[in-house]
Design a protein around this ligand. Structure first.
Ligand SMILES: [Zn+2]
Length: 126
């Protein structure tokens, strides 16, 4: 299992748990890993965790595919897109609660603008 940095709070921690599960499904099926992750996927999760930490929406963030802010660099963005496309439908079987939560979250309206100082990073460094 991926060792999280344990820096994310509340909704963001749950969001990240969902991403971790999705990357595991993808990596196990594509990169021949069994329980752990390959180096690339570990790096991708590290990157995702940092992005979530710095997301200006903080806990009010929309799901990433609905977010008006594009904070991923092109390469990890493409990697993550492939992960989501593959693992999305498989999540319902493997992690139904996380999957349903994510689907509901996706239907929420997107806040027009982040509140000031809402990011996880700001809160944990306060
Ligand atoms: Zn992998």
């Amino acid at each position: 299992m991926y060792q999280t940095k344990d820096i994310l709070i509340g909704e963001l921690a749950t969001e990240f748990k969902t991403v971790v599960a999705m990357v595991h499904i993808y990596c196990n099926d594509h990169h021949g890993t069994v329980k752990g992750l390959c180096a690339d996927c570990t790096e991708l999760l590290d990157y995702a965790e940092t992005r979530l930490d710095r997301c200006p929406y903080g806990e009010a963030k929309p799901t990433c595919n609905k977010c008006p802010i594009h904070c991923y660099k092109p390469e990890p963005k493409e990697q993550m897109r492939l992960v989501m496309r593959y693992s999305g439908p498989r999540m319902l079987l493997k992690h139904p609660i996380l999957a349903i939560r994510h689907l509901l979250h996706e239907r929420r309206t997107v806040p027009a603008k982040p509140l000031p100082n809402a990011s996880n990073r700001h809160k944990r460094l306060k």
